[in-house]
Design a protein around this ligand. Sequence first.
Ligand SMILES: Cc1cc2nc3c(=O)[nH]c(=O)nc-3n(C[C@H](O)[C@H](O)[C@H](O)COP(=O)(O)OP(=O)(O)OC[C@H]3O[C@@H](n4cnc5c(N)ncnc54)[C@H](O)[C@@H]3O)c2cc1C
Length: 434
Amino acid sequence: MTQTNLPSENVAGYIDSYYTRTSQAQPARAPLKGLVEADVCVVGGGIAGVSAAWELAQRGKSVVLLEAKRIAWGASGRNGGLLSSGFAASTGSIRARSGQKAARALHDLSHEGIRAVLDNTRNLALPGVDPIAGVILASRHPDTEGLKAWQREANDVLGENLDYLPPDKMRELVKSERYFDGMYDPDGYHIHPLNYCLGLAENLVASGGQVFENSSMTAMNTSGTEKVVKTENGTVKARHLVLCGSGYGGHEFGRVHHAVLPIATYVISTRGLGDRIGDIMATPAAVADTRLSCDYFRVTPTGELLWGGGMSAMAKEPENLTEMMKARVVEVFPQIADVEVDVAWTGLMGYARHKMPYLQEVQPEVWTATALGGHGLNTGPALGKVLAETIAENGKRHELFAPYGLRWNGSFAGAIVADTICAASNFAHRRKER
Ligand SMILES: Cc1cc2nc3c(=O)[nH]c(=O)nc-3n(C[C@H](O)[C@H](O)[C@H](O)COP(=O)(O)OP(=O)(O)OC[C@H]3O[C@@H](n4cnc5c(N)ncnc54)[C@H](O)[C@@H]3O)c2cc1C
């Protein structure tokens, strides 16, 4: 595993966050000991790994899931909770590389990911996921023409249902002088992502899957028809191997590791706002601004403001994280300048250079479903479905991801380039805001 200087872990083996403070109680699952055999071994228990294992088990495959720490200990249990369509890559870049028809198929698949989360939450009665409908895209500078063009393309070409929000409507919903106009996406949601992954993993076990926590893959031997995965005290032998380590995976993932760039991003949650929620929001929807390194926020079902933003491939955890993030809140909502921050945390997103997820067979019967970027809550479940169709049903939809093969992450230089692109984009945006 990659070593990071992320916040120290709390007693349950998770970092301290809004999510761990409000998660459904989950007994730790025993580490792997001895030899276990299965059709498929999935490595990495984030939303990609749990979804893949779940979908495979639903198709009759015997599955072992190995997680180095706890289920959804990584990005999947500490993100912003926004569940919306699309990918980290822009629709324009996807169309340019995939062509119009495949771009639409990919977009539809990204919706399937949302549907999977909503259906699983309802059909399995997953506790504490609490999906809330609505995501607002907010522009920090007047951009009527740009937003309307975006809306036309999204609605006419991709089948979205975006509503344009003129400035007066925008400010009625989100009470900030920082935003001008925006768009409302009725098909986006926000959820408690840790509870979703925990609930799905529990159902995976109930349907015969084997889940081992604190079971880091230390090595893999993929040369034979039987793949062999080693942990400190155990061995898994399986016909198929699925690698889902994302930004937290290390050299044990072989060349997949060198194709994923870990990028840190930051979140805080405040004390409960009580009646003061009405001072900032008149909608239960989540909000994200239109910058590359955007702010995204939402009021949780328990009344806290959960705010995410910033990203860096170099600065994994800024020293003044709480102050830095609170300044972002106050810039948008000066009316709650005295709000207290309860907890601040960071997480690593795994990115490919093309910003699309990897769904690739890296060797015969060795797959990776990873690098979901900042858009994993829908794409993780979508990839899980496609992967399971491929392995269990000879499905072909993985071919949609053929143009997005493994590319070297550029190592240290890749991190510098990523931060430079982000800084340049922020600078350009600030000029528009003047
Ligand atoms: C702060 C933050 C905010 C975000 N906000 C949003 C959002 O609002 N909406 C959205 O859609 N996306 C968001 N994202 C992105 C989203 O969280 C990720 O894309 C997604 O969770 C990635 O899932 P994953 O399963 O690929 O990786 P992860 O969840 O990171 O899981 C990888 C797992 O692999 C395990 N692992 C690593 N090495 C080994 C090993 N050797 N053996 C076994 N296990 C191993 C790790 O312990 C980890 O649990 C955000 C991400 C962050 C960090």
